[in-house]
Unconditional design. Structure first.
Length: 490
């Protein structure tokens, strides 16, 4: 049996301009940093077979020593990475594919492994400190360098905190202390991801939610952690786009990441009962989502307005976007992400749950209950949907969003052919419902946004007949959804 040693670390991003000041932080006072020059070459097949299976293979040169490392994705974590790792010293610059390479020789055919070739490399100057926080030993590595793939280059600038011994809370305490001295952001991309992006010549773009992969043998806690990390990653990957270009796509996807995370809190509420920090984190997420929501509302309105009014709204958008950027750059947002990472790793809900039996419940069973409960809620709130007032119809829309997110979150738990067919039909039906309710919601929120901005302009609105057709269409979409067989049932 192969023993899988686990590497636990907290990854943070730092502006290269702040890197030199990090050593002056009070938490590192009196510590001499050890300087290392690291050259790492990453290998994969022409079809990137290793990457598609969730593995990374590199050879790192440190002086005259060459260390081969194979890493496999463990829990899909944002900021807090926990991964099986196999390391061994090698003599040359070619991978050694024996037992020291972990499971690679067993998972991949020999002819596939023979095609492994250098794909990209990273050149990093690393400065290592070894602070002790309240009796806990930590290794801090400051990495500044670049990823290189042919003529393409990308800057690397990050801090990694690894617990050597003691209480994991020390990692997060140190992160917060360092952030008081220089701004630090929760990291969600590995060096290999940056390198693969270069090798693929990937262009910066808004990033939609990635599929959530849950372990069918895992419990409810593991499922919630994986889902929450996925949502945080979506937010963080799009946050940089908001800060840099501020395009509508990045704003929308960053907000969707937060909205998905808030829905996850709601879907898993029974699991989080008794954890006071859950409510505080939810309030902070609500604040941050509302900040982004102001820009998103304008992005929805602008294409629908006459040119003269659209120009006025674009000017307003620039002002509101700048306010959002200030919020994103604030210590409040940075610390929220670090607090979330800590809570997801060692919060009371996970290590000392109020209901241990519920926490340990198999993920598929917990998921089925969540899906069933929210389907019932949508059915109840959507009764006579066409005759509901705006407030109650909006309540049905929110419940529909939760059910849609739940279907996405738990998708990987239902793999049979019948379940896949039903899941596809279910998602298609709920998308139709959301589209119909979204159009109706825009008719209500548009005038409210204009009024709040003091803009005296009337939005084009459908006539009574068209509006009645829209309402009846939404009600028909709900009936179709409720008729679809539930994919979580055998």
């Amino acid at each position: 049996m192969v023993i899988e040693p686990l590497e636990v670390e907290l990854k943070l991003e730092i502006d290269p301009a702040d890197a030199e000041r990090l050593a002056d932080a009070p938490a590192l006072a009196g510590l001499a940093g050890e300087r290392q020059e690291l050259l790492s070459t990453y290998f994969d097949t022409p079809g990137e077979d290793l990457r598609r299976k969730g593995f990374g293979l590199r050879i790192r040169r440190k002086g005259k020593t060459r260390i081969q490392t194979v890493k496999a994705e463990g829990e899909a974590a944002a900021g807090l990475f926990v991964r099986p790792e196999w390391e061994c010293e090698v003599k040359g610059d070619r991978p050694v594919l024996d037992a020291s390479a972990g499971p690679l020789p067993e998972l991949f055919a020999a002819d596939v492994l023979e095609t492994l070739a250098p794909l990209f490399e990273t050149r990093v100057t690393r400065i290592v400190f070894e602070p002790e926080i309240e009796g806990s030993a930590i290794e801090l590595a400051l990495d500044i360098g670049e990823a290189i793939a042919g003529p393409r280059r990308a800057m690397l600038s990050e801090v990694e905190l690894e617990l050597k011994s003691g209480d994991p809370r020390a990692l997060f305490d140190l992160a917060r202390r360092l952030d008081e001295h220089v701004p630090l952001r929760l990291g969600v991309r590995s060096k290999s991801e940056a390198g693969y992006g270069l090798a693929d010549d990937a262009k910066p773009r808004p990033l939609k939610a990635e599929p959530v992969v849950l372990d069918r043998d895992g419990d409810a806690r593991e499922a919630f952690a994986a889902i929450a990390h996925n949502c945080i990653r979506q937010f963080r990957l799009n946050e940089s786009g908001v800060m840099e270009k501020g395009g509508a796509g990045s704003v929308h996807q960053a907000r969707v990441g937060l909205r998905r995370l808030r829905s996850a809190f709601s879907l898993f509420k029974p699991l989080l009962d008794g954890d006071d920090r859950a409510d505080l984190l939810k309030l902070e997420l609500k604040w941050l989502a509302a900040e982004l929501g102001e820009v998103r509302n304008l992005d929805v309105l602008i294409p629908r307005m006459p040119d003269h009014a659209g120009d006025q709204l674009m000017t307003t958008r620039e002002r509101v976007l700048e306010h959002v950027r200030v919020a994103l750059a604030s210590a409040r947002t940075r610390l929220l992400m670090i607090d979330l990472a800590e809570w997801l790793a060692i919060g009371a809900w996970r290590v000392d749950p109020e209901n241990p039996a519920l926490a340990a419940r198999p993920a598929p069973d917990f998921a089925a209950d969540v899906l069933e409960r929210h389907r019932r809620k949508l059915k109840k709130r959507g009764r006579h949907l066409a005759t509901l007032d705006d407030e109650h119809r909006h309540g049905a829309r929110i419940e529909g969003k939760k059910l849609r997110y739940a279907a996405d979150f738990f998708d990987s738990l239902y793999t049979g052919r019948k379940a896949r067919r039903r899941h596809k039909a279910f998602v298609s039906a709920i998308e139709d419902l959301q589209d119909a309710l979204g159009e109706l919601n825009d008719l209500v929120t548009g005038p409210q946004v204009l009024a709040a901005l003091g803009i005296e302009e009337t939005l084009p609105a459908p006539g009574k007949r068209k509006r009645r057709e829209m309402l009846e269409g939404a009600e028909d979409a709900l009936e179709t959804l409720l008729d679809v067989k539930r994919f979580w049932r055998a």
